[in-house]
Design a protein around this ligand. Structure first.
Ligand SMILES: [Zn+2]
Length: 416
């Protein structure tokens, strides 16, 4: 997990938000079909694109994809041989505000699985999307994570006790224990989260903790997963060490986040359990924009990147499904899922496999494949369009020219 150790909204964010609100783009009307003509369609479920197609969008869904003219009237857009993908999916985000949510969409990322925000910011963003705000992506919320001691954890998540005063007795305990783990899962479920996040290991991104050390113990992990499963909620485990990952997999989690230090036997265990790996490789790169605290951890991050890349190579060979997650808050200059797609391709995935890890495969992992991650009739009208073919050159993903969210145009650059 990479997130800032702060929980307040600076004045600059408020100003930014106001600017965003006054400069809202115009959205196309839902009442008439939107007809995209002369577009090459990359459906990641297929190996080959469909060339020169007509896509009809109506009432927030893809109505048809066919060659030749549209069978009905509507608002027409000639895409002049541009290339369409389903809206990208980021399986690991920490988006806390509207400006960051809009940055996601401006990059063609129309779905994000939130894995830890404060004060149910993710539940709030999800509500905005559900009421029809076209400038907010689809968010799958996970609320507060389950971890051994919410007060001692960095960053401090004791805000959970303000949101849930009934949990207050857990504040004074050294460990929450299995019963506390169940109660935190239920508190999240009361807020209608979509996922539960658990910490099997400590964090890697701060000097005070060692990512090889366990956070929740086996009993707490099992209790959290059991309770989540009883409530119909899938579980994501933050885990680094072989021991942490195998404990999480044996407890029944659906995804392993990071997993950088996994060995081959544990990857086999994941394959046999059908567990997905979300390696978040790009987050271990240091860039000129990396904060000083990350630079201080340079040797550790380099080690985790190297072993994480090895884990991805082995996972691919063994057939463990690999899903793309940026582990980003999507604040200005923070990494994006596009960085992660390119990193995965540099680690041995083909370009199409890397794109699938952020579309069709991610949708399957997140249990939303009936609506997201593919371009075919009946799916949600979440599309991103590029001038060139991103399967030929992934760098194309950095410059979307058209983004449609739930059938409404969010970003629309010339020449169309
Ligand atoms: Zn994270």
């Amino acid at each position: 997990m990479k997130m800032k150790n702060e929980n307040t909204v600076p004045a600059t964010s408020v100003i930014l938000l106001l600017l965003v609100l006054v400069s809202s783009p115009t959205f196309s009307q839902d009442s008439r079909p939107l007809i995209l003509e002369h577009v090459n369609v990359i459906n990641p479920l297929n190996d080959e694109p469909l060339l020169d197609q007509t896509i009809v969008l109506h009432a927030g869904k893809i109505q048809s994809i066919s060659s030749g003219p549209a069978p009905m009237q509507g608002e027409r857009m000639d895409l002049q041989g541009a290339w369409a993908l389903p809206g990208l999916i980021d399986a690991h985000v920490h988006v806390m505000n509207i400006a960051a949510a809009r940055r996601m969409l401006s990059l063609g990322i129309s779905t994000g699985r939130s894995l830890f925000t404060w004060n149910y910011a993710d539940v709030g963003l999800r509500a905005l999307h559900r009421r029809g705000d076209a400038d907010i992506p689809t968010i799958l919320a996970a609320g507060y994570p389950v971890l051994a001691n919410p007060v001692r954890f960095k960053p401090d998540i004791s805000a959970i006790f303000l949101d849930h005063p009934a949990l207050d007795d857990l504040r004074s305990l050294d460990r929450i224990g299995p019963d506390g783990a169940r109660r935190i899962v239920r508190a999240n479920a009361d807020r209608q989260v979509d996922w539960i996040k658990v910490f099997a290991n400590e964090r890697a991104g701060i000097p005070e903790t060692d990512p090889r050390t366990r956070n929740l113990n086996n009993e707490e992990l099992r209790a959290a997963v059991e309770e989540a499963t009883r409530l119909g909620l899938p579980v994501a485990a933050h885990a680094y060490s072989d021991e942490g990952v195998s404990a999480a997999v044996n407890a029944g989690v659906r995804t392993v986040e990071h997993g950088s230090l996994i060995t081959e036997p544990t990857l086999k265990l994941m394959r046999d359990h059908g567990t997905y790996l979300v390696p978040t490789l790009y987050g271990f790169n240091l860039t000129p924009d990396s904060p000083p605290e990350d630079r201080a951890l340079q040797p550790r991050l380099e080690m985790l990147l190297k072993s994480g890349r090895q884990a991805v190579t082995t996972a691919r060979r063994l057939g463990v499904p690999i899903v793309a997650g940026a582990d980003s808050g999507y604040e200005d200059k923070e990494p994006t899922i596009i960085d992660e797609i390119i990193q995965l391709a540099s680690t041995g995935l083909s370009n199409l496999e890397a794109i699938r890890s952020a579309t069709s495969l991610s949708a399957e992992c997140l249990r939303i494949s009936s609506a997201k991650g593919a371009l075919k009739p009946g799916m949600d009208a979440d599309l991103v369009v590029y001038k060139g073919n991103p399967v030929k050159d992934l760098v194309v993903l950095r410059e979307p020219i058209l983004v449609i969210n739930g059938g409404k145009v969010f970003l629309h650059k010339s020449p169309f």
